[in-house]
Design a protein around this ligand. Sequence first.
Ligand code: ZN
Ligand code: ZN
Length: 142
Amino acid sequence: MKPKLDTLELEADCACGAASIAVKGPIYGMFLCCCPDCQLMTGSGHASVAIADSDNVRLTGKLSEFSRLAASGATFTRHFCANCGTTLLGGTSRRTDAALLPVGLFRDQSWFAPNQVIFHRSHQKWDILPDIPKYETYREGL
Ligand SMILES: [Zn+2]
Ligand SMILES: [Zn+2]
């Protein structure tokens, strides 16, 4: 069963304004991911991610996508502006109904309260994390 939070209405534009995302619906999960791929993508110690229902997400503008094999064996696909490269959305073949939202995209992040760290095995010592449960890899059901 999915833990359900309040319905949110979120909108964000990419850096150049050519692409945008709108989300209207509940957020099912909030986490930080320290996997090497997230470090590569963000240029930082972890990615900050919220999970919405992909049916509740609308993308506009010209997007490119890039797929790679994730540590779980699933295919992870990143959707980004074809012009400026801002990541607007991630998706995984493990859960095709899940839209992975990069939290830093949104100006208002007051709603974001991550409750777990995943892939803590590749956590970097300098990256100070909040005092929340930490899992070495994926957590069941995420
Ligand atoms: Zn752009
Ligand atoms: Zn990751």
